[in-house]
Design a protein around this ligand. Sequence first.
Ligand code: ATP
Length: 373
Amino acid sequence: MNNNVLIELSHVVKKFEDDLIVKDLSLKIYENEFITLLGPSGCGKTTTLRMIGGFEKPDSGEIIINGKIFNDLPPYARPINTVFQKYALFPHLNVFDNVAFGLKNRNKKYLLKFFNIDASLPSKEQNKLISAAIKKAVEEALGLVKLTGYESRKVNQMSGGQQQRVALARALVNKPQILLLDEPLAALDLKLRQNMQYELKEMQRKLGITFIFVTHDQEEAMTMSDRIVVMKDGIIQQLDTPKHVYNEPVNRYVATFIGESNIIEGTYFEKEQVEFLGVLFDCGKYPFVNKEKVDVVIRPEDFDVVPLKDAKLVGKVVSSIFKGVHNELDVLVGDYKLMVNTYENYQVGDQIGLKIDPYEIHMMKVSEHEETV
Ligand code: ATP
């Protein structure tokens, strides 16, 4: 990712009949960036992606690519390809013809320019060079997705994961500047999906193409993205790196959509302390006024279980679930149930002590009207 803006959405609005689906959305996407639109079903991710790809027109606002307004240009006139969840392959064609399809359907003038072929050559010679160039491009694309040698296989004789790779090769064959991916891994089983996440990220890094990825899976977004756009009801809630979105959520919605969080009412004091669950904790400096009510966010893994004499909080384990690497505890502190992750084993009924490092305490403005997920 570099600092050159490649795509800008400026105050984009999209309605379907009377339903406002995307509400005044502004967003800059940089060259070579892997950016993910993340949010629950129906929040407008796909609609936003489709407007970038040219499959939908915004009702107002602008879609700017390489500094030019693209609102009215059709998909084929954009430096963009799309990989859909349902791969949209031609089942009766073999792998080679599926991947070559987009190039073969371009006019000759485009292909001569695209492959840098001398237009003054005799037509027959041009055709031969174009055919050879398409063959080479398809082979390269198949190499990228690790399907070399599969050229003559019918796609309906391939596994879901392989079909997904064919769809990817088809989208990469004409070297687009931007690749849109709409939940491309959703149909794959978990292991395959995790492998593909890794491969996609590697491919994006290697090719330097800007990837705009849509998913409702927060783990997928965290694994692959340079930045994540967290959306809800057609509005961007937070746009930041995975680390920041996780560690410094801006509201309850983000804090609960991305991972598990304890969100506790507290009071901030300007001497860089916060009081919650009846105890005063040191914390960092926040732009709140003295004694302002705040929402305190603590991730379950950020508690330290310590001997009772060293504890800031003491609670009783009311539930303990073994999760393989760690245990997930529910700990009752007063009448507040905290989620705590620990590597140690504790039984229901155990009394345990808890401590939190100041930098693990994150605070947000109280968002009373913000529903959680
Ligand atoms: P999902 O993960 O389920 O695809 P999403 O966040 O991508 O969700 P969109 O597909 O953008 O959401 O849809 C947002 C809303 O817009 C939904 O309520 C959907 O029904 C509606 N919608 C999308 N396309 C159309 C259309 N062509 N006509 C009418 N309504 C539409």
